[in-house]
Write a protein that binds this ligand. Structure first.
Ligand code: NAP
Length: 436
C-alpha cells in the first residue's frame, strides 16, 4: 500500500489526489492535510465570490474526497502540529500543494500606511478567510487605487464597483456585503506600469467591466497602440485589447448615469504612497517601454488621490523550515515537482502564481507519475495510522470531511436570500458548527 500525504486542499491538492486514485486504484491511501477546518483553498478564498460557476469545480473535488482511500485531515498545521520531517518518516510521498497565499509586497515608501492592503488580504477579507476577515478596510473614501493589471486587479475593481443587487447571488461574506452597502467609492484606478498590450487580463473577466450596472470603464485612447499592431497578439490577448478599445470609445453620454468610474491608468508606476496617518494619495511616475518591453520611468511624476490602495502584483508561497526555497520566484526550489527524495510540490507552490485553476490538473497528474516512478509499490510506511497516533498524542482536534459537510450545511442554512452560503469567518465558529 502506498501512503501519500498532500499538504493543502486547494485545486492542486485535489487534482493530485484524483490522479493518485486513478493511477494506483485501491493500492493507495491519501491524506489531504489542511491547516484550516474547511477545504478547497483558492476555490473558497481566492476565486471571486461572484464567480460561482468557477467555484462549482469543488463538486468534483468532493467526489474525490468522499472516496474510500482519500481523507481530509483539517485543522492540522504542518510546522506547528506535525513537521515535514515527521511526515516524510510516515509517508512514501509528501506533496506540497500549499499554493501562494502571501502577497508579493510593494516595496515603496508608505506601503505600510493604514489603508494599504495586499490582494491576499483584501480578497481574503471579502471571501471570509479567517486570517483576513478582521482587516476592516475603511471604504468611506471616494478614490481607490488598485495596483496591477492582472485578473486579481480586475476582481478587486469589479467587487468594489458592483451594486448589492449584482452581488446578490454571490457568496461574498456578510461583513463585506455590509461594508460595500455604505462604501463611498466613486473612482477605482487600475494602475498598470506597462501598456494595453502588456496586460495580464483575460477577455472574459475584462468584458465583465463593460456590463456593470453603476460603473463604467475609462481608457484613454492616447494609450492604445496603433490598431494594426493588435494583429501580432495571441488571440486571447487580442480580444482583451479589443475590449480596451471598446472601453476607450464609450461616449460620455453613456457615463452620465454611472456613479463609479474604473479608470485604466497605463504607463504609470507607483513611486510612493503618501498620507498623514493613513493613505491619502499615491505618487506615480509616468513610464515608457524599453526595447525588451519592460517599463522604465520617464521622470515625470504626478499624484493621484487614494483613500485606499490594494496592491494586486502577484503572490508567493510561504517557505517551510527545512524545505529548499527559491526566493526570487516565491516558490519551492524544485525540478519538475521533485524537491528532495519523497518530497514533491504541485501547482503555484511548484510553478509560482500563474495560470488558471485548470492548469493545476496536469500538474497533479505529472507529479503522481513521478511518485509512481520513485516509490514503486510503497515501502511499508505507517502512513495515516502513524499520523493519527501522533496527532492524538498532541491533542490536535482534527476536522474530517464529514465534519466539513456539517459545517457546509450550517453555512448553507445561514445564507442570505439568493446567496449559496454564508461562510463562517472565525475558525472556532467553523469547528463549533460541526456539532458534537
Ligand atoms: P498577474 O497576472 O501576474 O498580474 C500581476 C500584475 O501586477 C501585472 O500587471 C504586473 O505587471 C503587475 N506588477 C507586478 N509587480 C508590480 C510592481 N512592482 N508595480 C506595479 N505593477 C506590478 O497576477 P494576479 O493578477 O495576481 O493573478 C495571479 C494568477 O491568477 C494569474 O494567472 C491570473 O490569471 C489568475 N487569476 C485568474 C482569474 C480568473 O480566471 N477569473 C481570476 C484571478 C486570478 P507587469 O506585467 O509589468 O509585471
Amino acid at each position: 500500500m502506498r501512503q501519500i500525504a498532500i499538504i493543502g486542499s486547494g485545486p492542486a491538492g485535489y487534482y493530485t489526489a484524483e490522479a493518485a486514485q486513478k493511477l494506483f486504484g485501491a493500492d493507495v491511501a491519501i491524506d489531504i492535510i489542511d491547516r484550516l477546518p474547511v477545504p478547497y483553498g483558492l476555490i473558497r478564498f481566492g476565486v471571486a465570490p461572484d464567480h460561482q460557476s468557477i467555484k462549482a469545480v469543488s463538486r468534483r473535488y468532493e467526489k474525490v474526497a468522499l472516496s474510500d482511500n482519500v481523507r481530509f485531515v483539517g485543522n492540522v498545521s504542518v510546522g506547528e502540529h506535525v513537521s515535514i520531517e515527521e511526515l516524510l518518516g510516515l509517508y512514501d510521498a509528501v506533496v506540497l500543494a500549499t499554493g501562494a497565499p502571501h502577497d508579493r509586497t510593494l516595496d515603496k515608501d508608505g506601503a505600510d500606511l493604514p489603508g494599504v492592503f495586499g490582494s491576499a488580504a483584501f480578497v481574503g477579507w471579502y471571501n471570509g478567510h479567517p486570517d483576513f476577515a478582521g482587516i476592516d478596510p475603511v471604504l468611506d473614501g471616494t478614490d481607490v487605487v488598485v495596483v496591477g493589471n492582472g485578473n486579481v486587479a480586475l476582481d478587486v475593481a469589479r467587487i468594489l464597483a458592483k451594486t448589492l443587487d449584482e452581488l446578490g447571488e454571490s457568496d461574498i461574506v456578510r461583513h463585506a456585503y455590509d461594508a460595500l452597502e455604505t462604501a463611498a467609492t466613486e473612482r477605482v484606478t487600475l494602475l498598470g506600469r506597462r501598456g494595453p498590450h502588456q496586460i495580464a487580463m483575460t477577455p472574459k473577466e475584462l468584458g465583465e467591466l463593460g456590463r456593470l450596472e453603476r460603473a463604467c470603464p475609462r481608457v484613454d485612447p492616447a494609450d492604445l497602440p496603433e490598431e494594426e499592431a493588435d494583429a501580432l497578439l495571441e488571440p486571447g490577448m487580442r480580444k482583451s485589447v479589443t475590449l480596451l478599445r471598446e472601453f476607450a470609445a464609450i461616449p460620455e453620454s453613456h457615463r452620465a448615469d454611472k456613479c463609479i468610474e474604473i479608470d485604466f491608468d497605463f504607463f504609470a508606476s507607483p513611486l510612493r504612497i503618501v498620507g498623514d496617518g493613513k493613505v491619502e494619495g499615491m505618487v506615480v511616475e509616468r513610464t515608457e517601454l524599453d526595447a525588451d518591453m519592460r517599463s522604465r520611468g520617464t521622470g515625470e511624476t504626478y499624484t493621484i488621490p487614494a483613500s485606499m490602495v490594494v496592491t494586486c502584483i502577484g503572490y508567493q508561497t510561504p517557505p517551510i523550515d527545512g524545505v529548499p526555497y527559491e526566493h526570487g520566484r516565491g516558490r519551492f526550489a524544485n525540478e519538475d515537482g521533485r524537491i528532495m527524495p519523497h518530497l514533491y510540490c504541485v501547482g503555484w507552490a511548484k510553478r509560482g502564481p500563474t495560470g488558471t485553476i485548470g492548469t493545476n490538473r496536469p500538474d497533479g497528474y505529472a507529479v503522481v507519475d513521478l511518485i509512481a516512478e520513485d516509490i514503486g509499490e510503497g515501502q511499508g510506511r505507517k502512513g495515516r495510522v502513524g499520523l493519527d497516533a501522533l496527532l492524538e498524542a498532541r491533542g490536535v482536534d482534527v476536522v474530517s470531511f464529514r465534519d466539513w459537510q456539517k459545517i457546509e450545511q450550517a453555512e448553507i442554512g445561514n445564507a442570505r436570500e439568493g446567496s449559496p452560503r454564508e461562510k463562517f469567518v472565525v475558525i472556532e465558529d467553523m469547528i463549533a458548527a460541526r456539532g458534537a
